[in-house]
Design a protein around this ligand. Structure first.
Ligand SMILES: [Zn+2]
Length: 378
């Protein structure tokens, strides 16, 4: 994968090419944007260019001198490029929280990491960045989920960010810029990655029908990666979401326990299927992620219901279940929906804090009833 192959992130790619072409490369970059929009793929393609052993001024895919600079890219032929493509480049390092499983420290190996532990940063980043490059003239470190760097890990990073040794480049991939310390941000150049348009996502999901693809584009806020992932899960996530919206539109107080159990068991099945696609991740991590997807379903349908109560039916995420959305809108009302959305954000915090999984959805559903929303509709 070269920079020219990156899909729909022209502004970000152009900024990186321009920096390379003008010799104004930063030592540290933050690639900011939601998950699944090509941040890692771009980081790897940019690393390929930074580590490429050819003289990039000679490279022009079109062979035209006018395109020479705007099309600057890795050669794809040299030893370095081939090693990046084969995922065994000695000067390219990918840092992610699950590396704790291969740590030399037994204590770190036994961890189920929620954040990016300082032990991983020390062993796989700070130690390795001190070693001279062995193939190329510089080294590249890509840190995934940098929003999960805790304060201690960020403090450990700071000194290196200021002046990375051995001509190294550091790329932090981040989906929540607010989680990074101001000092981390001020020492890095921020490159923003935007969501993809609905049309592009539909075009890239030919295996599902248009209605389904449109739902995924809206539900993931324009993330192709997340949309692709959701279409691969078994049982069908789309069928589960249809069932969820139906159940949510008609559930009564007496259904809370059953409904909550159904959510937990469906989330469990999705997490199992997810495990098969993403073997590096921990089961607990994917279990949490699957439950958070259900909270996002709650938020999506409640936001739709609020929009409908204000008279808007445009751009609803659950446009394919308009009747149910209208029922929810009538039952809960605008303020009721807003209240439950608040509880949804609290539920996400509970899930992150590993609060008893059996109780979180009961708590959320009971909150719908406690606010009198359902009682008043009976
Ligand atoms: Zn090359």
């Amino acid at each position: 994968m070269n920079l020219s192959d990156i899909f729909c992130q022209d502004r970000a790619v152009e900024a990186l090419r321009r920096a390379h072409q003008t010799g104004r490369l930063a030592h540290a970059y933050i690639f900011d944007g939601i998950d699944g929009i090509g941040k890692f793929t771009t980081a790897k393609a940019f690393a390929k260019l930074l580590l490429c052993q050819s003289d990039q001024s000679e490279i022009s895919p079109q062979g035209s001198s006018t395109n020479l600079k705007s099309q600057i890219d890795s050669c794809g032929q040299c030893e370095s490029c081939r090693m990046i493509d084969a995922d065994n480049h000695p000067d390219f390092h990918h840092i992610y929280k699950e590396l704790c499983k291969v740590s030399r420290e037994p204590e770190l190996r036994s961890k189920q990491p929620i954040d990016l532990p300082i032990g991983v940063i020390r062993e796989f980043f700070i130690e390795k960045i001190q070693v001279k490059p062995s193939l190329s003239t510089s080294k590249v470190f890509v840190i995934s989920e940098s929003e999960k760097l805790n304060i201690a890990s960020q403090n450990a990073l700071l000194k290196v960010l200021e002046e990375p040794p051995n001509k190294s480049f550091i790329i932090l991939l981040c989906s929540k810029l607010d989680n990074l310390l101001p000092t981390t941000k001020s020492r890095s150049q921020i490159v923003h990655f935007g969501p993809l348009s609905e049309e592009k996502i539909i075009e890239k999901l030919p295996e599902v029908n248009q209605t389904e693809a449109k739902f995924f584009a809206r539900f993931t806020n324009g993330s192709l990666g997340q949309s692709e992932l959701l279409t691969k899960l078994q049982p069908s996530f789309y069928a589960i979401k249809k069932e969820f919206v139906k159940k949510f539109s008609i559930f009564q107080i007496g259904d809370v326990v059953d409904f909550s159990q159904w959510i937990n068991s469906s989330a469990g099945e999705l997490a199992e299927s997810w495990m098969k696609l993403k073997a590096a991740s921990s089961k607990a991590d994917l279990g949490r992620a699957a439950r958070k997807i259900f909270v996002s379903l709650f938020i999506s349908v409640l936001s739709d219901a609020m929009r409908v109560s204000l008279g808007g039916e445009e751009k609803l995420t659950n446009f394919d279940q308009l009747a149910e959305v209208k029922t929810i809108s009538q039952r809960f009302g605008q303020l009721g929906c807003a209240d439950i959305i608040e509880v949804c954000y609290q539920t996400i915090r509970f899930i992150d804090a590993s609060v008893n999984e059996k109780l979180v959805f009961e708590h959320l559903l009971l909150n719908c009833t406690e606010s009198g929303i359902i009682k008043s509709s009976i």
